[in-house]
Write a protein that binds this ligand. Structure first.
Ligand SMILES: Cc1cc2nc3c(=O)[nH]c(=O)nc-3n(C[C@H](O)[C@H](O)[C@H](O)COP(=O)(O)O)c2cc1C
Length: 211
């Protein structure tokens, strides 16, 4: 169903939050490509993404000034589009990916060199920030776009329950995992996820650790 009034909240996207999606693009010879990309919702019909140089997705978006954001929770689609490319028969004629829950078509408003680095990737000036407007939203199944925060909270809670059962070197590994999970959740998670991570941190401190 194509939605007349575009509002990304209908697929669970909140302003300022980041969602993991599969972006499909085409080059000038109409060869289709797909890759997982984090998309930040910047308004009811606006998105921002930051894409590192060197891949097909960025080249295609720079040349065609448009792309499609596919919303799915299917691990196979994420895996296939990360390791290699999706086979041609995984794409619809309009360039979206088959069997996704929803997709939206974007047109680029501006490109800018990325300056701020908030992740472990050290090189600066290697990415482009792309601001875009959503021109068409198609919802096939009721869905919420995928936010990585909650998965990290559950994983960190599972590790917390094992803390007292493992060796010192394993404890150190869990602490490192906590720090990485906390970094990501603070960056992309919902307030409830961040609150849960704060509580886990307190528990670790009660156990005598410095998370
Ligand atoms: C969940 C997930 C999210 C990703 N988000 C981004 C992103 O926001 N920006 C980016 O440049 N790469 C991101 N990547 C990495 C690209 O998908 C990866 O570099 C891919 O190989 C690019 O392929 P391409 O040459 O088809 O564009 C992400 C990967 C995964 C698995």
């Amino acid at each position: 169903m194509s939605i007349k009034e575009i509002n990304l909240s209908t697929i669970g996207m909140q302003k300022g939050k980041q969602y993991e999606t599969i972006v499909s693009t085409e080059n000038s010879q109409n060869v289709k490509n797909a890759a997982p990309i984090g998309i930040i919702c910047s308004g009811i019909d606006k998105v921002v993404c930051r894409i590192f140089k060197g891949g097909k997705t960025l080249d295609n978006i720079l040349s065609q000034k448009k792309f499609i954001v596919n919303i799915t929770h299917d691990p196979e689609l994420f895996m296939l589009s990360t390791i290699g490319n999706l086979p041609e028969d995984y794409f619809e004629d309009d360039g979206s990916v088959k069997n996704v829950d929803a997709y939206f078509k974007c047109e680029v408003v501006s490109f800018k060199d990325a300056v701020k680095q908030s992740d472990p990737i050290k090189k600066k000036g290697e990415a482009i920030v792309i601001k875009s407007e959503v021109k068409e939203l198609v919802i096939k199944n009721n869905t919420n776009a995928l936010n990585r925060g909650f998965g990290y909270v559950v994983e960190t809670l599972a590790n917390l329950t094992r803390f007292d059962l493992v060796s010192n070197s394993q404890k150190k590994e869990y602490l490192d995992r906590f720090r990485e999970a906390n970094r990501v959740v603070r960056k992309i998670g919902y307030p409830e996820d961040i609150q849960a991570m704060n509580e886990i941190k307190k528990e670790l401190m009660k156990k005598g650790f410095k998370p």
